[in-house]
Design a protein around this ligand. Structure first.
Ligand SMILES: [Zn+2]
Length: 257
C-alpha cells in the first residue's frame, strides 16, 4: 500500500509529519510526545521509528517520552547527546535502509540552519525540517549563508514533482516578505489567496511542491535576474551574483517585521 503522511500540529508552529504504512508508523521531528501518542492511539498504531532532521528542542523534545511509551521505537538522525543504543547516528551516510520502511531513505546533508541538519528523501517526498519552508528558508543559526545556499541548490536538483514537508507553518509571513521582493509575481499572488483561505479554515498550508516553490520562493530564485536586480536596489548596490543575492535576502528577511 502507499505510504500516507499526516501532519500532527505541535508546540506553536511545528508540524510532526507522520508516515503510515500498512503496519509501521514513523514520525519526523517529534518536538513533543503528547499530540503524537494521542494521534497514534486514535489510529491504534505504535510509534515504530523516529527520524530527526536536527538537534533543536522543538524537533527532539518528545523523543524520550515516546521511547518510554513505545520501547521498541528506533531513532535515526544526526548525532545527539544523551541518547542510548536505540539511537542510530546516520549523519555519515548517503542512504539508509531501515526495517520500518520498504523504501530506502536518501540522506541529504544540508548544513546552514544548523551544522548537523539532514533532509530525508523518501519515495518522492522530502522531509526538510528547518532547511526549507514554503516561500522561505531556515535562519542561519550555526552555518553560513554559503552553506545554506549550496544545500538549497542540492534540493533544487531533485525531481520537480517532489513533495516538500517542512517542519513549520510560516507560510503567510513568508509570503508577506516575498511580495516585497517580487510584488508582481502572479504565482505568488495567487498562492497568497489560497493560503489565506486555508488559514481561515485552520488548515495547514503544507505540504508544498518543489515545482511551486521554484516559482514563488525567493530563496530558490536568487539566480533569477528580476530578483537579483530588486535585491541589489534594496541594498543600494549595482549587480549581485546568485550567492550574494541569497545572502542579502536572508539578511533582509531577518530584519523584516
Ligand atoms: Zn531548528
Amino acid at each position: 500500500m502507499m505510504m500516507q503522511v499526516h501532519p500532527i500540529r505541535a508546540l506553536s508552529t511545528n508540524y510532526i509529519w507522520t508516515l503510515c504504512t500498512t503496519d509501521q508508523t514513523i514520525v519526523v521531528d517529534p518536538g513533543e510526545a503528547k499530540p503524537i501518542s494521542d494521534f497514534l492511539s486514535s489510529k491504534r498504531r505504535n510509534c515504530d521509528a523516529i527520524l530527526v532532521t536536527h538537534h533543536h528542542q522543538d524537533h527532539t523534545g518528545g523523543i524520550r517520552q515516546l521511547q518510554k511509551h513505545y520501547p521498541q521505537c528506533q531513532v535515526y538522525g544526526p548525532y545527539l547527546q544523551h541518547l542510548d543504543n536505540t539511537y542510530h547516528d546516520i549523519s555519515k551516510l548517503k542512504e539508509k535502509k531501515i526495517p520500518q520502511l520498504k523504501q530506502k531513505i536518501a540522506i541529504i546533508h544540508t548544513p546552514g540552519h544548523t551544522q548537523d541538519h539532514l533532509c530525508y528523501y523518501i519515495d518522492g517526498k522530502l522531509f526538510c525540517g528547518d532547511t526549507l519552508f514554503s516561500v522561505g528558508c531556515g535562519r542561519l543559526l550555526e552555518g553560513s549563508a554559503e552553506s545554506l545556499y549550496h544545500a538549497l541548490e542540492t534540493i533544487k536538483k531533485l525531481p520537480r514533482d517532489t513533495i516538500l514537508y517542512p517542519a513549520h507553518e510560516y507560510t503567510l509571513d513568508n509570503i508577506r516578505f516575498a511580495l516585497t521582493i517580487e510584488p508582481e509575481n502572479e504565482a505568488l499572488i495567487a498562492h497568497k489567496k489560497q493560503v489565506e483561505m486555508l488559514c481561515k479554515e485552520d488548515k495547514p498550508s503544507l505540504p508544498t511542491s518543489l515545482e511551486l516553490e521554484l516559482n514563488i520562493n525567493p530563496f530558490l530564485r536568487a539566480d533569477v535576474k528580476n530578483v537579483q536586480q530588486r535585491v541589489a536596489k534594496l541594498i543600494d548596490t549595482n549587480t549581485l551574483t546568485a550567492l550574494e543575492t541569497f545572502t542579502a535576502l536572508r539578511k533582509l528577511k531577518d530584519q523584516f517585521q
